[in-house]
Structure formats: structure tokens, C-alpha cells
Ligand binder design. Structure first.
Ligand code: FES
Length: 166
């Protein structure tokens, strides 16, 4: 097994910051045109000691491959404490750097993470409040992205095999 594969497997064994964030300040969702996978990222801001608005924490949820999960895990740790400008300046390569260089066929997986982060930072809007009929602790999930309009009563069950936000 390659070093990269070992680092990816270690990252997905205990993914960091996995799951919805009910009190997020912004949320961004992107889909990959390369593979059709999707990734959503939630971001919460805080003011640092110098009065700058920085990322307090970021979490993610994805219908993506192991590489996307691993990159999102390390990226959400890397962006904590950064300003929006600093986080926007990070490329997919930088966001996945702790894992090592990705092979060409997996670069789009890191770009999916980069895109979701950019989308979340561009929106900088509070995540929508959950509708009264939904569980109050649940922010809109990635599953909602796949639910056609008018199909609100359709039941979709997603079983996460990974632990929630650590
Ligand atoms: Fe789709 Fe990796 S193959 S995100």
C-alpha cells in the first residue's frame, strides 16, 4: 500500500469535522462534473484576538470517494483560524497537502473540497433555519439536494458508516 493510500485510510478511519453544523454562518455545496459526487461544507466564524473575522470551524458531508472524505477532513482542520481571504487563497493542492501529492485522476476530489469551501465562503449567509416540521437540531442535509421539488414526503434514508463530528 502506498504512503498516500495509508494516509487516506488513516484520515477516513477517524474523519475530522464530519457532519452537519446546525449553527453554521454559511454553507456551500458543489458537485463534481468529473464524477458526479457532491460535497457540502458548513462554516462558523468568530472574531480573533486582533478583531479579524476568522473561521472558527468547518464541517462537511459528502457523497464522494475516500479521497474526497480524506481531503475534506484535513482541509477543515487547515482552515480553522484563517480569515476568509486566507482560506480563499488556498488551492486544492494546499488543502490536501497533509495527505501528500494526489495522482492526476484524484485531483478533482480535492477540487471538490476547494469548491465547497469557496462556495461556503462566498455565501457567508447563515444556514437556513430548519422548518418547524423538521427536527430542530437538523440543518438541511445533503440529501435535500437530491430531493426533487414537491417530493417532500418521499423517504430517503442515508446510513453514515463514519462517526459524527468529533
Ligand atoms: Fe468523485 Fe473523488 S471520485 S470526488
Amino acid at each position: 500500500m502506498s504512503d498516500l493510500q495509508q494516509r487516506i485510510e488513516a484520515a477516513i478511519a477517524t474523519p475530522k469535522n464530519l457532519g452537519e453544523m446546525s449553527d453554521a454562518d454559511s454553507v456551500g455545496t458543489v458537485g463534481s462534473p468529473e464524477c458526479g459526487d457532491m460535497l457540502r461544507m458548513w462554516v462558523k466564524f468568530r472574531e480573533d484576538e486582533q478583531g479579524r473575522q476568522v473561521i472558527d470551524r468547518a464541517t462537511f458531508q459528502t457523497f464522494g470517494c475516500q479521497t474526497a472524505i480524506a481531503v475534506a477532513s484535513v482541509a477543515t482542520e487547515l482552515v480553522a483560524g484563517k480569515t476568509v481571504e486566507e482560506a480563499l487563497a488556498m488551492s486544492g493542492e494546499e488543502l490536501s497537502a497533509p495527505l501528500g501529492a494526489l495522482p492526476p485522476m484524484k485531483i478533482h476530489c480535492a477540487q471538490l473540497v476547494e469548491g465547497a469551501l469557496r462556495s461556503a465562503l462566498a455565501s457567508e449567509k447563515p444556514a437556513p433555519e430548519p422548518a418547524p416540521s423538521t427536527a430542530p437540531s437538523q440543518a438541511p442535509s445533503l440529501v435535500d439536494s437530491f430531493r426533487p421539488a414537491g417530493a417532500g414526503e418521499r423517504k430517503v434514508q442515508v446510513v453514515l458508516k463514519s462517526p459524527k463530528v468529533s
